[in-house]
Design a protein around this ligand. Sequence first.
Ligand code: NAD
Length: 244
Amino acid sequence: MKKVALITGSSRGIGRAEARKLAEDGYAVCINYIERKDKAEELVAELTEKGYEAMCFRADVSKSEEVNAMVKAVEEKLGHVTLLVNNAGIAKQCLFQDMTEEYWQHMFGVNLNGAFNTIQAVLPNMLHEHAGCIINTSSIWGMHGGSCEVAYCSTKHAIIGLTRALAQELAPTHIRVNCVAPGVINTDMVQVLGEETLEMLAEETPVGRLGKPEDIAAVVSFLASDAAEFITGQVITSDGGFMK
Ligand code: NAD
């Protein structure tokens, strides 16, 4: 069966590294983006030049109609999605008492409903084929608490629940569902913390550095591989030993 991967939020950061790695692994890849069309097209050009099959598509993962249109386009251009990587996410900090309902709904809309929408869209064909792989993205904050991160932590805890329950439900159909839980990875998302804090976090990380997007792409590549065919419902942390 042709290997086709859809990676959400992959014009930059962790998703970009995942798209590159999965293309190297032999997947035709769809790079999903919401705002940086130029970066997505640049990645498609880079991969195509190397002889890989790639396309990009703009879709807000929190909107089911946009996700459905994206999956239809992928199926028409590349084929049925055999690997879904739910990477798109947003992170914001605020005190719980200052949190508006809109803020809460937006965070859940992207980080949790986004995964619901994409899984719903790709699942019918995976069920038909009795094969498929879904990899969600949680965080170390999906297993621990973080001050000023109540909404983000809640969505990332929920992603783990979704992963574990869906893995149980889909296991008899040979569709695997796993989750990667990154530690502090040096991407645009964490720049809001400031240089000083990032340096401090690197020092606090037992391996002595922040994570790179490629560290997470390597985990995703493994979870998607045949070597992981007996692994489902798991959360794999990659954090340089940050959480003891
Ligand atoms: P990033 O901000 O660089 O990338 C996030 C991507 O998601 C961007 O391309 C963004 O455009 C996209 N996105 C946001 N909202 C979207 C939407 N509605 N529809 C489609 N795409 C959307 O951050 P990153 O560090 O690469 O994060 C990737 C994932 O890893 C996220 O789910 C994040 O929560 C998770 N994560 C990151 C870290 C970290 O330290 N960087 C740690 C733990 C977990």
